[in-house]
Design a protein around this ligand. Structure first.
Ligand code: SF4
Length: 65
């Protein structure tokens, strides 16, 4: 199977431009998983831009209140 990094990068919503993992989703997931976080694409754009990628933030966005 070919790596789809270039294709993935076209759909990546991450605004952190210097990141070397853009489009390399396996590395992106592993990086944020090790930090107790989720990748940018789990968040809407206004939240993604805050760089708060915590699981707590993700859950707060999806709690019904
Ligand atoms: S979500 Fe994190 S690892 Fe993934 S491209 Fe953005 S800054 Fe890089």
């Amino acid at each position: 199977m070919q790596c789809k990094a270039a294709e993935n990068a076209k759909q990546c919503n991450c605004s952190y431009e210097p990141c070397p993992r853009k489009g390399i989703c396996c590395d992106c997931v592993a990086y944020h998983r090790d930090l107790g976080q989720l990748p940018a694409c789990f968040f809407p754009e206004n939240v993604e831009r805050t760089y708060d990628r915590s699981i707590a933030k993700f859950v707060s966005l999806h709690l019904k209140g």
